[in-house]
Design a protein around this ligand. Structure first.
Ligand SMILES: Cc1cc2nc3c(=O)[nH]c(=O)nc-3n(C[C@H](O)[C@H](O)[C@H](O)COP(=O)(O)OP(=O)(O)OC[C@H]3O[C@@H](n4cnc5c(N)ncnc54)[C@H](O)[C@@H]3O)c2cc1C
Length: 444
C-alpha cells in the first residue's frame, strides 16, 4: 500500500486501513455504503499529484484509501455538442488525447497531466497553463456523476449548456477535495482545435510593465492570449543552475521576464498573431524578445517555466506559496511581500513566477545559499508564510489560488476566510456527510 500512503512531495505519510480499487460507479457506491455501515472514513485518491496532502490518509490505520484509477474509460466524445464524457480515473493527458483524436481540444493542461486524473482535477478545481483563455476545471465542467456519502448516486452527467432548474449541485463537489462525495464521471467542454500558435519569451522592465503588456495584448487579440507566465531572473537562475542544458534566450541583465502564448483557430493564423506582437514591439511594450520558430524551440521556452519547481527541489526546496490577487494589485503585492521577507531574512533567496495572466503568483522563499535548507525551513517556514499571506490578505487576495486546502492549508482557511462563509461550508458538510466519514481532516 506504500504508493497510496505518501503524497507527491513526500511531506505526508499515512497508514491506510486498506486500499479499495473499484472499477465501476456501482462498486464505488458499494464501498461507500460498506464504509458507512462500519463507520470507516474514506480518503478518495486520484493521481496523487496534489500539493496539499488532500489524498493522503492519517497515520491512525483506520482510514480507507479509495483509488479511482480503475475507472479509466472514456465514455463519449461528441464533436457536435463539443463535449467529452469520461470516468473520473481517466488521466488528464488521456482526456486531451481522446479530444484530439476527434480533432477537438480539451484545454486543461499542467505539468502533472500524465498522472493527475479528471476526478482529481475537478476535486481541486485545478488551474494550469491555459486558464487565461479557457478557465479552470470548474469552467470546463458541464455535468458530474457523484457517489454521495450515504452511497446514493447523484447522476447529473449531462452536457447541457443551459439548465436553470434550481441549484447547480455539481458546483458543490468541484473544489471540495473529496470531502462531500466521490466524483465518478464527468461531462466536460471541448473547444475547436488550435490551428496556429505563437510562443514568445520577452524581458520586461518590471511587473507593472508585464501587466500593461497583457492588457495591450488582449486589447489587440482578445481571448487568443492563452498563457501569460511571469518569471523573475532569480527563478530563472535556479533553473539554469539545476538544468545547465537550458538557456535564457534574451537580455540576461533583465530582472523580469514573460513567457506568453497566443493561439488562433481561424484564418488569420500565425501571421496575425505575429503582426500583433510586432506592433507591441514597435510601441516599446515588448522588450528584448524571441519567438519560437518550431515545436522544439517552443518546448525549450516552456521548459524554463515548467522546471522552476523541480529546480527549487533540486537546490534544497523552498517555502512555497500559491497566491492570487486582482490583476491590478500584482505589482504591489510583489513589492510588499519582497520587502517584508528581505527585512527579516535579508539573505533568503526569492523564486517568484507564475500564472500572471490569472493574477496567480508562486512567491517561494529559499534558504540563503550557504544555509542548510531543511533546517532553515523548519525554523522559519511558518513565519515566512505569515508575512506572505498577510501581504496577500491585505490586498483582498487568496492564500490558495489553485492548489486547494487539503491538510496543508486547513488552518489558513480557518484564519483568513469570512466567518459567515466558513459557517456555510460547515453547514453543507454536516448536511451531506453527517457522520464526517468523507476525507476527514481535510479542508475544514
Ligand atoms: C509537476 C506538477 C505540476 C502541477 N501543476 C499544477 C498546475 O499548473 N495547476 C494546478 O492547479 N495544479 C497543479 N499541480 C497539482 C495537482 O496536479 C493538481 O492539484 C491535480 O488536479 C490533482 O489531481 P490528482 O488526480 O492527482 O488528485 P489527488 O492528488 O489524488 O487528489 C487531490 C484531492 O482531490 C480528492 N480527489 C481525487 N479524486 C477524487 C474523486 N474522484 N472524487 C472526489 N475527490 C477526489 C482527493 O481526496 C484530494 O483531496 C501540479 C502538480 C505537479 C506534481
Amino acid at each position: 500500500m506504500t504508493a497510496y500512503a505518501v503524497d507527491e512531495r513526500g511531506i505526508y505519510r499515512g497508514r491506510p486501513l486498506a486500499v479499495a480499487r473499484p472499477a465501476s460507479t456501482s462498486e464505488v457506491a458499494a464501498v461507500v455504503r460498506a464504509c458507512r455501515a462500519h463507520g470507516v472514513a474514506i480518503v478518495p485518491q486520484g493521481g496523487n499529484t496534489g500539493y496539499c496532502g488532500g489524498a493522503t490518509p492519517d497515520d491512525g490505520g483506520r482510514q480507507l484509501v479509495l483509488s479511482l484509477e480503475r475507472l479509466d474509460r472514456v465514455l463519449d466524445v461528441d464533436p457536435v455538442a463539443a463535449t467529452l464524457t469520461v470516468q473520473a480515473g481517466v488521466t488528464l493527458s488521456a482526456a486531451q488525447q481522446a479530444a484530439a483524436a476527434r480533432d477537438m481540444l480539451f484545454p486543461l493542461a499542467m505539468g502533472s497531466q500524465d498522472s493527475c486524473q479528471i476526478g482529481g482535477n475537478l476535486s481541486t478545481n485545478a488551474g494550469g497553463l491555459a486558464v487565461l483563455r479557457y478557465g479552470n476545471a470548474r469552467d470546463l465542467a458541464l455535468g458530474l456523476e457523484v457517489v454521495l456519502p450515504d452511497g446514493r448516486v447523484l447522476d447529473e452527467l449531462r452536457g447541457l449548456r443551459k439548465d436553470n432548474t434550481g441549484y447547480d449541485l455539481k458546483q458543490l463537489f468541484i473544489g471540495a477535495e473529496g470531502t462531500l462525495g466521490v466524483i465518478t464521471a464527468a461531462t466536460l467542454k471541448l473547444y475547436p482545435r488550435v490551428t496556429a500558435g505563437v510562443t514568445a519569451f520577452t524581458a520586461v522592465s518590471d511587473p507593472a510593465a508585464a501587466c500593461s503588456l497583457l492588457t495591450r495584448l488582449r486589447g489587440r487579440i482578445g481571448d487568443n492570449v492563452t498563457s501569460f507566465e511571469y518569471l523573475t531572473a532569480a527563478a530563472l537562475a535556479l533553473v539554469t543552475r539545476a538544468f545547465p542544458d537550458l538557456h535564457v534566450p534574451v537580455a540576461k541583465d533583465s530582472e523580469h521576464f514573460v513567457l506568453l502564448e497566443c493561439s488562433a483557430t481561424g484564418e488569420e493564423g500565425r501571421q496575425g498573431l505575429e503582426a500583433a506582437l510586432a506592433r507591441l514591439h514597435e510601441e516599446g511594450l515588448l522588450g528584448d524578445a524571441v519567438i519560437a520558430q518550431d515545436e522544439r524551440q517552443r518546448r525549450a521556452l516552456w521548459a524554463l517555466r515548467e522546471r522552476v519547481p523541480a529546480a527549487e527541489r533540486h537546490l534544497g526546496g523552498s517555502v512555497k506559496h500559491d497566491i492570487s490577487v486582482s490583476q491590478g494589485d500584482l505589482a504591489t503585492f510583489l513589492e510588499r511581500a519582497a520587502d517584508a521577507i528581505t527585512a527579516r531574512w535579508p539573505r533568503a533567496r526569492l523564486s517568484v513566477y507564475g500564472h500572471f495572466g490569472d493574477g496567480n503568483v508562486h512567491f517561494n522563499v529559499l534558504a540563503p545559499a550557504d544555509a542548510d535548507a531543511v533546517d532553515f525551513r523548519a525554523r522559519h517556514a511558518a513565519a515566512i508564510s505569515d508575512c506572505v499571506h498577510a501581504a496577500a490578505s491585505a490586498l483582498g487576495g487568496s492564500f490558495s489560488a489553485e492548489h486547494g486546502v487539503g491538510q496543508l492549508k486547513r488552518d489558513l482557511l480557518a484564519r483568513y476566510t469570512d466567518p459567515v462563509a466558513l459557517d456555510l461550508m460547515r453547514t453543507l458538510k454536516r448536511a451531506l456527510d453527517p457522520d464526517g466519514l468523507m476525507n476527514p481532516g481535510k479542508v475544514l
